[in-house]
Design a protein around this ligand. Structure first.
Ligand code: GAL
Length: 464
């Protein structure tokens, strides 16, 4: 009896012991989980505050060259009182004041000069008498080439030609009838082709002409002037010694959704157009190519009706994709991808999908270019809240590494003018990787920490 009670007491004790051990283990696990979640959320809040507050703190960067670039500049928009909608339109729509993005898109808006300053008051470049402002970038102003004409290289990218130590800027060279404004039907402008400019200093650009021209007569040709050619990017293939251009090829209604490939012996063309296709059998709209340090190049494109990005290596000659492809940022509806690399980490800036209208940028990071890619948050710093929520009224297109300054880049973006795409402006700003480490906004089992990607607003700035 007593033995029984003793053993049952023992059982009771060991049961209680196991019970309390389990409780301790679960308490510890729970504590760490809660602590991790709190830290994730407080970081999320911090990042949010950093981009939404008008009282930004200077982020410290010790690199002497980077010091100037990371100065946080606030800029208030001197706005007249918001316009009210006309009584007729306000019956259909709310009576709220017209949002700034609509003012930005409306070519008749009285405050349009704030976003698209005129050539008389705001042009810069080597032909202008710039005094001691020579070699300063003025994001949003009209940028002149060495002949005094506005640079036409929209949705562009940069090739650094190592042989000649020259930069080449390729982009959409647009002309023809004025586009119909956003949301009022398919875009209409005749393709002229891909423009190319060369530079030694990334500020003085010489027009090298149209390196891939439109087709005038054959209506079935991809490059017929009534079609769409966007976001051309050129990479050099060391093995074949060819310059290879990839671009978004579409019809005027954006239903063809393909990529096109062209090739040249020289960076200044002429490029020979090879073909177009739907890569991996999928629709492809905004796209870019990225050449990695090991010479492998990748195509990155918005697919599945812009809901996901596809990424995959090109063949060795860069003229096609291989069957390998990964779906990344699934369901996130990102486009305008611009990829860059720093210390073995891949970074990307993307926009959300709102056509020509600007929206909030996101930075992403990945240990492998094939993913997984994780969101880092909005990289835009300074300016004002409206600027930060609209990528400074622009959309990413490319990121240029600054030679000799590790972690420093130039962020290239387009301030689209849907009423006249030829007059779209360039927003080039310093992009810095560094500063306080960000944890990804998404939950990650590997708990990596990523350096912060920051794009600093400057109404006027120059390279160090
Ligand atoms: C944007 C895209 C541009 C152009 C435009 C057409 O979202 O980034 O390259 O395709 O849509 O509406």
């Amino acid at each position: 009896m007593s033995g029984n009670s003793a053993s049952s007491g023992l059982r009771g004790f060991s049961g209680g012991y196991r019970y309390s051990l389990l409780t301790i283990v679960w308490t510890v696990v729970g504590f760490f989980l809660v602590a991790h979640l709190i830290s994730l959320y407080s970081r999320k809040d911090n990042i949010h505050q950093q981009v939404s507050s008008d009282q930004l703190q200077v982020v410290h960067h010790d690199h002497p060259v980077v010091h100037e670039l990371v100065r946080v500049e606030e800029e208030s928009l001197r706005l007249p009182p918001p316009r009210k909608r006309s009584p007729r339109t306000s019956k259909r729509r709310s009576r709220k004041p017209i949002p700034l993005v609509e003012e930005f898109l409306d070519e008749k808006s009285p405050i349009r000069h704030l976003f698209f300053p005129s050539v008389k008051t705001a042009a810069f470049g080597p032909t202008k008498d710039m005094g001691n402002e020579t070699s300063y970038y003025f994001p949003g102003k009209i940028w002149m080439d060495t002949e005094g004409n506005p640079i036409q290289a929209h949705g562009g990218g940069i090739l650094h030609d190592e042989k000649s130590n020259t930069y080449y800027w390729y982009g959409e060279y647009k002309d023809g009838p004025t586009y119909r404004a956003h949301r009022k039907g398919p875009a209409r402008v005749d393709i002229i082709g891909v423009g190319c400019y060369s530079s030694k200093d990334l500020w003085t650009w010489k027009n090298e002409g149209i390196v891939l021209g439109a087709e005038e007569t054959n209506k079935t040709h991809d490059l017929h002037k009534s079609n769409v050619l966007e976001r051309p990017k050129v990479i050099y293939n060391e093995k074949t010694e060819k310059y290879v251009m990839w671009m978004h090829i579409d019809d005027a209604n954006y239903t063809k959704a393909s990529v096109g490939v062209a090739i040249s012996d020289s960076p200044t063309g002429p490029f020979e157009y090879l073909y177009s296709k739907r890569p991996h059998g999928f629709d492809s709209r905004d796209m870019t190519v990225f050449k990695d340090d090991d010479g492998v190049a990748y195509l990155i494109y918005s697919s599945e009706v812009n809901s996901v990005l596809h990424i995959g290596p090109l063949t060795e000659d860069y003229l096609d994709v291989t069957p390998v492809m990964k779906r990344v940022m699934v369901g996130q509806h990102r486009e305008a991808p611009a990829i860059f690399k720093h210390q073995n980490t891949y970074y990307m800036v993307t926009s959300w999908c709102t056509g020509w209208a600007p929206n909030e940028a996101l930075a992403h990071a990945a240990a492998s270019i094939m993913g997984p890619w994780e969101k880092l948050g909005n990289p835009c710093i300074g300016g004002n809240k409206f600027f930060r929520l609209t990528t400074f009224l622009a959309q990413s297109t490319y990121v240029i590494p600054l030679p000799g300054v590790p972690g420093a880049f130039i962020f290239m973006a387009d301030r689209w003018n849907p009423a006249d795409l030829r007059d779209s402006r360039y927003v080039w700003l310093p992009l810095i990787i560094g500063g306080p480490a960000d944890q990804p906004l998404e939950f990650s089992f590997s708990f990596p920490t990523w350096s912060r990607v920051s794009i600093y607003w400057h109404s006027k700035w120059r390279l160090p």
